[in-house]
Design a protein around this ligand. Structure first.
Ligand SMILES: *[C@@H]1O[C@H](CO)[C@@H](O)[C@H](O)[C@H]1NC(C)=O
Ligand SMILES: *[C@@H]1O[C@H](CO)[C@@H](O)[C@H](O)[C@H]1NC(C)=O
Length: 422
C-alpha cells in the first residue's frame, strides 16, 4: 500500500516536472492542466501500441520484462504500409553461405544455440513462432521529452568526416571515433565488436559502438541503418549495455526509431531481444567478450537483413522503407559515439568503448575486428581505403591495424574528460 502510494506520488512528480518543463517553453505556455490527462492518455495509448499480448513473459535479472509475442503481432504490422506485407522467414541470399544452404535457421545449429548472450536467457526462453520483445514501461515513456519522441534520436548525429562545415557537426554535442569507407556501392557490412560497459556521466548522455550503413547525401533525406551496443539511461532507465538497432530514411526527422519501437524492422528470431542487455561484458585486463553483427542486402527482395553472432538471423528492414538504401549504401562507418553535453562547462567524462585509449591495446582498449563490407558481387571483403575520423583525439581516439585472424581491425575510445581534454 505504502509502496504503491509512493510510486504514484513519484509518477505524479515526474509528470509534473515534464509538464512544467513544457510550460517553460514560451510557445506552449498557454497549456492548461487538462494537458496532463491528455499526456497520460497518450502514454497509455502508446503503451498499448508497443506492448502486445504475451504468450509468455520472462523477467530478467536486470529488471527487464521480455514478452514473447506472436510473430504476426509485432508492432511493425500495425502500420498501413505493412498491411499487405508478406513476411520473409529466410533471406534468399546469405553472403557467408553458399546458395544451396541459404535456408538458414537460427535455432538448429547444435551446441551454440544454448549459449547465453543476453542476460534474460538466465530465466527462460521464448517458444518458436514468437519473438522476444522488451516490454516498454510507463517510466520509459515518461523519461522521453514527449511520447512522440520516445525511441527516436533527437539530433542529426551521423559522423560526417568530410563535411564542408565540421563545426556544424560538433555543435550537436556528439563525438565520435570511427573508421569508414565511402566512394563505392556497398551491399552490407560486418564486424566483431568488443563489448564493454562504459560509464555515463549523466542520464541524457549515451555511449554506443555500432556499424552505420548510410545512403544519400548528408542532407534531409539521409538513409541510415545502424546496429551495435549502447548504454542509454534515458532510453532504458539504467546503465546496462544493450543490443540495439536504428533506422531512418530522412535524417532522423519523421521516420525511424530504435529497435522495434516503431514500424520498420521485422523480427523473425525467437532468441534475441532488441534492446535487451548483453551478457557477459568484458573487464579491464580480464576476460574479453565480443558480438558479431552482419547487415546485408538480399539481392532478390532488396530487404536489408541483420545477423547477430554466427547463427542468429534476427530479421530485416524492408526495402520500401528507404530511398537511397533501396539500391545500395554509399558509405559504411564503424566505431563509437557519445553525447558530450558539457553540462558543467567541461568536457563530459562519459566514456567511449572501454574508457581507455586505443594505444593500450587488447584487454584494455575496445576493438572492432574482422571489419568487412559486402561488395557489388555480394562477396564479403576487407574494405579498401579504410579511413578514420574523430573530432578530438585527446578525448576519444581511433587506431587501425591489419593482419592475422583479426583481418582489418581498429581500437577506439577513451575516457572523455582528462587533462588533455578539459
Ligand atoms: C494542450 O497542448 C496543445 C499543444 O500540444 C495545445 O494546442 C492545446 O491548446 C492544449 N490544450 C489545452 C486545453 O490547453
Ligand atoms: C548510472 O550511472 C551513473 C554514474 O555513471 C549514476 O549516477 C546513476 O545512478 C546510474 N543509474 C542507474 C539507474 O543505475
Amino acid at each position: 500500500m505504502e509502496v504503491q502510494g509512493r510510486r504514484k506520488m513519484l509518477r505524479f512528480l515526474v509528470m509534473l516536472v515534464l509538464f512544467s518543463m513544457e510550460m517553460a517553453v514560451p510557445s506552449t505556455a498557454s497549456r492548461s492542466k487538462s494537458n496532463l490527462s491528455t499526456q497520460n492518455h497518450e502514454v497509455q495509448a502508446q503503451l498499448k501500441l508497443l506492448n502486445k499480448p504475451a504468450v509468455k513473459s520472462i523477467k530478467g535479472p536486470d529488471g527487464d520484462i521480455i514478452d514473447c509475442i506472436k510473430l504476426a503481432h509485432q508492432p511493425a504490422f500495425a502500420h498501413p504500409l505493412f498491411k499487405n506485407h508478406k513476411i520473409q522467414m529466410t533471406p534468399n541470399f546469405h553472403p557467408e553461405r553458399a546458395f544451396a544452404e541459404s535456408k538458414v535457421s537460427s535455432n538448429t545449429e547444435p551446441g551454440s544455440s544454448r549459449k547465453i548472450t543476453q542476460v534474460w536467457h538466465l530465466n527462460g526462453r521464448c517458444p518458436e513462432g514468437t519473438i522476444p520483445m522488451r516490454r516498454t514501461k510507463e517510466d520509459d515513456l515518461l523519461r522521453a521529452s514527449s511520447v512522440k519522441a520516445f525511441g527516436k534520436k533527437r539530433h542529426k548525429t551521423i559522423p560526417q568526416p568530410r563535411s564542408a562545415d565540421p563545426d556544424l557537426f560538433s555543435q550537436s554535442g556528439h563525438q565520435h571515433a570511427i573508421a569508414y569507407v565511402d566512394g563505392d556501392k556497398y551491399y552490407g557490412a560486418k564486424a566483431t565488436i568488443n563489448v564493454w560497459e562504459p560509464k555515463i556521466q549523466q542520464p541524457n548522455e549515451f555511449s554506443l559502438s555500432q556499424i552505420w550503413l548510410l545512403g544519400g547525401s548528408f542532407g534531409e533525406d539521409l538513409n541510415s541503418i545502424e546496429a551495435g551496443w549502447q548504454i542509454s539511461p534515458d532510453l532504458y532507465g539504467d546503465n546496462h549495455t544493450r543490443l540495439f538497432t536504428y533506422w531512418t530514411s530522412d535524417a532522423y526527422q519523421a521516420t525511424g526509431c530504435y529497435n522495434l519501437l516503431c514500424s520498420g524492422f521485422i523480427q523473425i528470431n525467437n532468441e534475441i531481444a532488441m534492446g535487451a542487455s548483453i551478457y557477459p561484458i568484458s573487464g579491464y585486463h580480464s576476460s574479453q567478450y565480443d558480438i558479431s553483427l552482419l547487415v546485408w542486402k538480399d539481392p532478390k527482395e532488396g530487404n536489408w537483413w541483420l545477423q547477430f553472432g554466427n547463427n542468429y538471423v534476427l530479421g530485416y528492414w524492408p526495402a520500401f522503407l528507404f530511398s537511397y538504401l533501396s539500391d545500395s549504401a554509399s558509405m559504411i562507418e564503424w566505431g563509437g559515439e557519445v553525447v558530450n553535453s558539457e553540462s558543467d562547462g567541461q568536457h563530459t567524462s562519459t566514456q567511449m568503448g572501454s574508457g581507455h585509449f586505443p594505444n593500450e591495446g587488447f584487454g584494455k582498449a575496445s576493438y572492432f575486428k574482422n571489419i568487412q563490407i559486402v561488395d557489388g558481387s555480394n562477396n564479403l571483403r576487407v574494405p579498401k581505403g579504410l579511413e578514420t575520423f574523430t573530432e578530438q583525439s585527446s578525448c576519444y581516439d581511433v587506431e587501425t591495424g591489419k593482419g592475422g585472424n583479426w583481418g582489418s581491425y581498429f581500437y577506439y575510445g577513451g575516457p572523455g574528460r582528462n587533462p588533455n581534454c578539459p
